[in-house]
Each structure stands twice: as C-alpha cells, then as structure tokens.
Design a protein around this ligand. Structure first.
Ligand SMILES: Nc1nc2c(ncn2[C@@H]2O[C@H](COP(=O)(O)OP(=O)(O)OP(=O)(O)O)[C@@H](O)[C@H]2O)c(=O)[nH]1
Length: 724
C-alpha cells in the first residue's frame, strides 16, 4: 500500500513556460504587448533614411518601377504552355559549338549526346524548356537560324579573336529582328601566360560591348576537363539561359512559324515506285510559335520553297513540362529531353502512332544464346532473330532513310538531291526563284564586302601580311576581313581599326590596376561585372561605342539595290542599261534644247531634279533607285518638285507637267526622229528631214541651221536683257 500512497502524493511536474517561439510571442503580444510594440514603432530613427544618396537611389528605383508598370503590356497570345525557348549556338568553324550543346544537354538532362543534329529540346526548369540549335557555318544556314532565335550564343575563339562569321550573323540578325545575344569565349586554355589571358579577355570584352551594346553578357569557358567544359562555368551559363526573358519581336508574334524537330515522308511507296519524282507528302513535327496556323495556309520551307498546308493537327507534347507530365501515364520518370534527329528521346508521338524506343541493354539477347542457336542450326543466324536485331539497331529507320534521301534544312544537302527537289516542284518554281534571289542578294553583298580583305599566313609577324584594302564605293567600312591560314585551315579574321589585336605592353601595365579587382570576379562568376568597368566605358568617346559593323549595313543595302530581276535573268546590269539610256537622253536633250543653257542656275537645277525623279528609277521595280547617293531632302527645290504628287498637292499640275515632258519628247522626235531598223535594215527618216530633202536638199538644210542659230542668238539676247 505504501507505494500506492507514495504515488498519490507525488507532485506534478511544473508547467514550463515557453520563452521563445511562436507561443511566447503570442503570449507577450496578448499581455502587455501594446506598449512594447508601440514603443518600437515610435522610434523615429528606425525608419528614417540615413544617407541622402541612398534615399535618392530608392526614389529613382521606385520611379523606375512605376514607369515600367505604365508601359503598354505586350499581349500574350499564347495558349497553354509556352513553346520551348530557342537558343541558337553560332560561331566560326571548330570553335566548340557542338561541344557546348553537348555539355549543356548533359548539364540539364544528365544524358550524353553522341552527335548534335537538328533541334534538341530539354527541360530547363519547372516551367521552361529550351531548344538548342547549332547554327551551320554557311550564310543560308545563318539566315534560317537568325529567323527563329530567341537567344543567340555567339561563340568566339578567344585565342584567335573575332572572326567575320560573328559579324555576318549579327548583321543578319539585325535584319530579322534582334533577339537576345550572349557572347561565349572558348579556347582560353591556349593562353599560358595568365597576364596575357586577362588582357585578352578585357580587350575582347570591350570590343564585344562596342560592337553589340554596353554591358552585353560575355561568358568565359576557360578550358576543358576530360574533353568537357568545366561544370562551374556551365552551371553559370545554364542559369543565365534559364532565366533570360525573350524579347517579343512583333513580326514573329504576328506570324505562325515552326521549328521542325522531326519530319517524315508519308508518300505512298507505290507512287514513289512508279514515279521517283512524284509530288511527295511530308509530315513535319515541331512546336508552333507566333500565332495559330490555319489549314490551307501557304507556308515557306526554308531552302525548299512555298507549299500549301493540307492539314494541321495538335499532338501530345513530346517533351512536356514536369508539371504536365505527372498527369499522364506510360512513363516511369520524367523525360527531360527530346531530340529525335540526334537520336535522343525514347517516345515518339506521330499523327497516327506512338513509337517506343527500347534500349538494347533492356532486351534479353545474349551472345551465348546466339552462339548456341547457330551451333544447333548448323548455319548462320536465325532469320527471325536477325530481323528483330536489325529492327533494334535501326532506331529511326524512316527518319534516317529520309535523311539520306533529301531535305536537309541547313545546307548539308547534296547538289544532286536539291536538283531533284526543284524538279519535282515545278509549280512552285517562282517561289524557289525568289528564295534563291534573296540568297543571292546576300551572297552578293557578302562577296562585295569580302573584296575588302587581305591574305596572310597566321603568324605574329605583320610584315608578311599582304594587305590589300579596297574601298567599297563611297563608304569606308571600318571592319576589314583578313583571310589567313591558321591551325591548318583558312580563317577570316575580323579586323577593326579601333581595336588593336596585340596587347600593348604599356597599356597593360596601366590597365592592370583596374582589372585586378574585377578580373577575379569575372572568373568566378563567369559573367561580366558591369560596375567595375562602367566608369572606364563612360569616359570612352561616344563614337567609339557605336556599333562599327552597322556602318557596313548601308553599303550592303545599297549594293543590294543595284541587283534587279533583269540583271538576274539576263545577266546584264539594268542599272547600266538605264544609266546609258538616261545618258543618251541627256545628250540628246542637250543638243536639242539649247534653251536649257540659258536658264538661270536655280531653275535649271529644278528642271533637272524633275527629270531625274524618273531617270533614276529601276525600270522593273519602281521601289528601287539605282543611284548610289540618296537625295538631299533638305533641299527646298527638290521638295517643291514632288509636292504635287501627294494628296494635298495639285494633281492636274503634276499631270500637266507629265504632258509637257511628253510634248517635248515629241518635238525632239520631230527633229531627230531618224532611226534605222536593225532587223529589217530599213532606214526611217523624220518628217522634217524628209521635207527638207524633198524640197531641194542641202539648201534647205542650210536654211534650217541658220534659223536655229538665229533662234539661239535671240534667246541669248533675251536672257542677257533679263539677267544682266
Ligand atoms: N582546348 C580547347 N579545345 C576546345 C575548346 N572548345 C572546343 N574545343 C575543341 O575544338 C574541337 C571542335 O569542337 P566542336 O564542338 O566540334 O566545334 P564546332 O564549332 O561544332 O565545329 P564545326 O561543327 O565543325 O563548326 C573539338 O575537338 C573540341 O574538343 C576549348 O575551349 N579549348
């Protein structure tokens, strides 16, 4: 019993009050909290700003946020999940484009990519997918890539410097709407001297800024480890790619377009057997961007021509966002990548089928079995097994077959095959021509600019350089192409007068103090630290910071203007034809009307302007002027001369002027209307001449000459009297 009594008397453990945490805070709030909180709130120093500069910064920041809010919001037309963000990796040959894509894919998906072909879609975040595309090294591929890029990664060989490919691509992007651009320096491990490396980085960064814009992002990939870029630098780059916001480009938002990541020939094999050049039916797969596409819309396939759509079907997303993937079955884990052309991704959704790709190691085939089987049968492998084996080996048999047979969007197609395509699409011939013409234009411009080059062996000794610099018509282009033989191949270096290639020793000492602080930051961050160099850039001359490569745009545009349809078809410059025509007109006009000679300067100029409005038009395309110089539209006379051509002007006056010109022509024809028909050999004489000849030949002619001389003299006298 005693123990029972003892248990009854045992004192209860006292309740321990909470001294910290939510409960304690709650209690103190309930109790005398009012005073404490009030006391805290009443402290005036706690909420006042201490520094005027900080206050100013805060104020300007809030004003900026307010301003941003006031901007017209960009209409988001997308329905459901946004399509993947297209990242185009561009750079000169052998700069490391494929390697960078492989490394980024490995970073995002932990998958090894054996080859980079076609677009590669990877999931880069909870609500974001990225599609990597390698930009081909030819100009047509660049044009195609520039049309679809949301972000362009410009790879630059740090050990060599800027090459022309980069500027050509920038130039093309400028035409198609400039997407986001980031620079990536590779091959930096070739520098043995740390100081030189730092100087080169600095120099390339400044040039990159001045060519694109101040503060443009430039990443450094400092070298390879086991044949791959370092994880830390890739991580930084991937993070930037993941967070970057695409610029809404108005043209793209208003037009539907598709980056094809897979295609299939669905032409019945029988019709192909009967006619190898029959019209093919092709199914193209890809994410639709821009806006919705309608059936029967005319579409342009780059490099192939214009076609009409026979139908559009929406399919299951082959690379869904992680959130969407959970809703569907069939997959045990999330598939974070889709690259059918590169042989990555194991589930394919077709219009009418779903293909599941099973890896070889998951299939129960063992070598011992095979050997046994062959022994048992006494002759080769069983037909059934070998059939299954071959089926297993060919992952995308149809695609691969197609790939070998034709359309290759990015310029790898063999010449013979391309001929086939154009032959089979005779009805779309016009479109093909226009596409080629377009390409020609740019090629023309390119060859024009590449006239301006020098050829040299890749060596540090500049004396060996054979520097041939020709000037593009009137426009001096700052950027110069220097072709040199380097690392076993020809490279086109982009030389700028404003940026020296070699690092000046004197400069390097000077600048070192600036870089010392920022250099490490850049190395560790893998990105440009803006603040460090802002001041240095501010002090730069403004003209230096303007994009130099843009200057060549005008020259290119002008050079492109001269190419006309006539020139392309007949191989003859329409410009020349027209100019010679106008020259002859001029000379005849000079001869015929001496009146012009006695017209005051200003008036004469005006009259000339009038005439030249018609003269310097392209014969075929009136939107083109072939004269290289643009008119001086500040000239009052010139403005006056076209005033009547607008809605507000006097149209009848303009028409009268036209009639006057025609009448003058007739007059001229009367006097100089003789011509010889070269085909028939018939000589036509003008009426005046005929009359003169009929009425007594030379005598009459003399009279005419005399008459004209008298007329001239009279006019001269009149002129002198009016304008002494
Ligand atoms: N040392 C060094 N080698 C590199 C670096 N980046 C790429 N490479 C090597 O350069 C070679 C070319 O790389 P790729 O990725 O094939 O270059 P690419 O630009 O795709 O080449 P193309 O497709 O032919 O234009 C490979 O052997 C890479 O290992 C780098 O930063 N340092």
């Amino acid at each position: 019993m005693a123990p029972a009594d003892g248990a009854g008397e045992q004192p209860h453990k006292a309740h321990r009050q909470h001294k910290s945490g939510a409960k304690a805070r709650k209690k103190s709030g309930k109790g005398g909290g009012g005073d404490d909180a009030g006391g805290e709130r009443k402290n005036p120093k706690a909420f006042a700003f201490q520094s005027a500069a900080k206050a100013k910064r805060l104020q300007s920041r809030s004003a900026e946020i307010e301003q941003r809010r006031l901007h017209v919001p960009v209409m988001d037309r997308s329905i459901g999940e946004p399509p993947p963000f297209v990242v185009v990796v561009q750079g000169p040959p052998q700069v490391g484009k494929s390697l960078l894509i492989k490394c980024l894919v490995k970073h995002y998906t932990k998958q090894n990519l054996s080859e980079v072909r076609g677009p590669i879609t990877v999931v880069s975040g909870k609500s974001r997918r990225v599609q990597f595309v390698e930009c081909p090294n030819d100009i047509n591929g660049m044009i195609d890539a520039a049309k679809i890029a949301d972000l362009a990664l410009l790879l630059i060989d740090g050990s060599y410097g800027f090459e022309m490919d980069t500027f050509e691509f920038l130039n093309i992007m400028q035409v198609h709407g400039f997407p986001k651009v980031m620079g990536v320096l590779t091959h930096l491990d070739k520098f043995k001297d740390v100081k030189k490396l730092r100087k080169t980085k600095q120099r390339l960064k400044h040039r990159f800024w001045s060519e694109i814009k101040e503060g443009a992002k430039l990443f450094y990939l400092s070298g390879l480890i086991h044949g791959k870029y370092t994880k830390r630098e890739l991580h930084n780059l991937a993070r930037f790619i993941s967070v970057i916001k695409p610029i809404p480009l108005s043209w793209r938002m208003a037009h539907p377009y598709l980056l094809v990541d897979r295609f299939e020939d669905v032409t019945p094999p029988e019709s192909v057997r009967l006619n190898k050049k029959c019209d093919r039916k092709i199914t193209l797969y890809g994410y639709l961007r821009g806006c919705n596409m309608k059936k029967r819309t005319k579409v342009h396939i780059t490099g192939a021509g214009d076609f009409s759509l026979s139908g559009v079907t929406s399919l299951v997303d082959p690379c869904p966002l992680p959130s969407a993937a959970k809703k569907r079955g069939l997959r045990d884990k999330e598939k974070l990548f889709y690259a059918p052309m590169s042989g990555l991704g194991d589930l394919l959704y077709d219009k009418d089928a779903v293909y599941i790709n099973i890896n070889d190691h998951l299939v129960q085939f063992s070598k011992t079995d095979e050997n046994d089987a062959s022994k048992k049968q006494g002759k080769g492998r069983d037909v059934g097994i070998s059939l299954v084996k071959t089926l297993q080996n060919t992952r995308y048999s149809l695609d691969e077959k197609l790939d070998q047979s034709f359309i290759n969007f990015f310029g790898r197609k063999p010449a013979a095959q391309s001929e086939d395509i154009s032959a089979s699409q005779n009805d779309q011939g016009d479109a093909n021509i226009s596409e080629q013409a377009d390409g020609n234009d740019i090629n023309n411009a390119d060859t024009l600019e590449s006239n301006e080059h020098s050829y040299s062996e890749c060596s540090s000794d500049s004396e060996h350089e054979n520097d041939v610099t020709t000037q593009l018509s009137d426009h001096e282009v700052d950027l110069r192409e220097k072709v040199e033989f380097c690392n076993g191949r020809l490279r086109r270096k982009a030389v700028s007068a404003n940026f020296k290639d070699e690092v000046d020793e004197e400069d390097s000492d000077e600048d070192d103090s600036n870089i010392e602080n920022s250099g490490d930051d850049q190395l560790s961050e893998g990105s440009v630290s803006l603040d460090d160099n802002e001041e240095a850039l501010d002090s730069d001359d403004e003209t230096e910071n303007t994009s130099k490569w843009k200057e060549s745009l005008l020259a290119r545009t002008l050079s492109r203007r001269s190419a006309s349809l006539m020139q392309l078809v007949y191989g003859q410059s329409s410009m020349k034809l027209d100019s010679t025509a106008s020259e002859t007109n001029d000379s005849s006009a000079e001869e015929s009307s001496d009146d012009e000679f006695f017209v005051p300067k200003g008036q004469k100029k005006q009259a000339k302007n009038e005439a030249s409005i018609f003269d310097d038009m392209d014969a075929e395309d009136y939107s083109k002027f072939f004269k290289a110089e643009l008119r001086d539209w500040s000239d009052e006379d010139l403005i006056k001369s076209i005033r009547d051509r607008f809605v507000t002007g006097n149209w009848s006056k303009a028409a009268l002027r036209g009639v006057e010109i025609d009448e003058n022509k007739e007059d001229d024809e009367e006097v100089y209307g003789d011509f010889e028909d070269l085909e028939t050999g018939e000589v036509h004489k003008s009426e005046t001449y005929k009359n003169a000849a009929g009425n007594g030949g030379a005598h009459k002619q003399n009279d005419l000459v005399e008459e004209r001389t008298l007329k001239k003299l009279a006019l001269k006298a009149k002129f002198d009297a009016e304008y002494p």
